[in-house]
Design a protein around this ligand. Structure first.
Ligand code: MF3
Ligand code: CO
Ligand code: CO
Length: 276
């Protein structure tokens, strides 16, 4: 026999995903006090790596992750600063006053489940633009989450995100998207962050996927750096991203990566039930 993935019961799967989501989010909770001017992205990576491996007993999914056509990702987390859209590689860059940085964490639990979440951090005294971009992107993610229930379509989710971003004068990155997640990192379906109501596949109870819009202050166009991972805005405008892992429930959504340190949902989704 080559490889075997045992198919868990629904209850076992949901319990595994709840644990993975909580642990991923708790890595960000843990590192939050260290994200300030003067720290390097490499130090942030080390703090997260050590917490995952030594405290949580989780594995950082990005480390040595190598999809077809990519070199192995060399670090435990992604740190995407200012005009970096996603997949920034931690290193010697020192965070300074006014920077905005996304920390994207994916853990693999001992039971074999993946939890994937990211948050924005504004260092020191942020500009009005970086604050507004992070806020609009946060609202866009939550407006997408608020669409989630059995029978809604992927187009409903994408439309909610796209209209909010574009009404604010921003643009939606198309080349990267959310994804199914479970006992693998990146599964079907692709959760695109644009679309039309009623279009695309219907979602059903028990599905688990991420919603992780990348929103640019300028144009949507991207350029990939020579390291083959770091993705920046082509026009060097600021970019922001937030990410949650979601479970489709019988009546709506459960946000699996919501932990004590998660910012509360924005007013535009007031009253949304997203926890059991
Ligand atoms: N966490 C990212 C996502 O949201 C994927 C990072 S892959 C890496 O899907 F290799 F760049 F870490
Ligand atoms: Co992620
Ligand atoms: Co993801």
């Amino acid at each position: 026999m080559l490889t075997e993935t045992k198919k868990p019961s629904t209850e076992e799967f949901i319990a595994g995903m709840r644990e993975a989501g909580r642990l991923a989010s708790e890595v960000i909770d843990h590192v939050t006090p260290f994200v300030k001017a003067g720290v390097t992205t490499g130090e942030i990576d080390r703090i997260c790596h050590d917490y995952m491996v030594n405290v949580q007993n989780t594995i950082p999914a990005p480390l040595n992750y190598q999809p077809p056509g990519y070199p192995p990702f060399p670090k435990a987390i992604c740190t995407s600063v200012n005009d970096v859209i996603c997949h920034g590689i931690p290193g010697d860059r020192i965070l300074k006053d006014g920077d905005s940085v996304n920390l994207d964490i994916t853990v693999i639990t001992p039971a074999g489940y993946f939890g994937d979440t990211s948050r924005m951090f504004l260092v020191g005294e942020p500009s009005i633009l970086s604050k507004r971009l992070a806020q609009i992107t946060y609202e866009a993610m939550w407006l997408g989450i608020a669409q989630v229930k059995p029978g809604c379509t992927l187009g409903d989710i994408g439309y909610a995100i796209q209209t909010h971003a574009e009404n604010a004068g921003y643009s939606v990155v198309r080349e990267y998207c959310g994804h199914g997640i479970g006992q693998v990192f990146h599964d079907d379906p692709q959760i695109v962050h644009y679309g039309k109501p009623g279009m695309g596949q219907k979602i059903y109870e028990g599905m688990t996927f991420t919603i992780e819009p990348m929103i640019n202050a300028g144009k949507r166009d991207i350029r990939t750096m020579p390291d083959q991972w770091t993705v920046k805005t082509k026009d060097r405008s600021l970019s922001a991203q937030w990410e949650h892992t979601c479970l489709v429930t019988a009546t709506g959504v459960e946000v699996l990566t919501y932990s004590a340190g998660s910012p509360p949902p924005p007013d535009c989704v007031a009253g949304l039930k997203f926890r059991p």
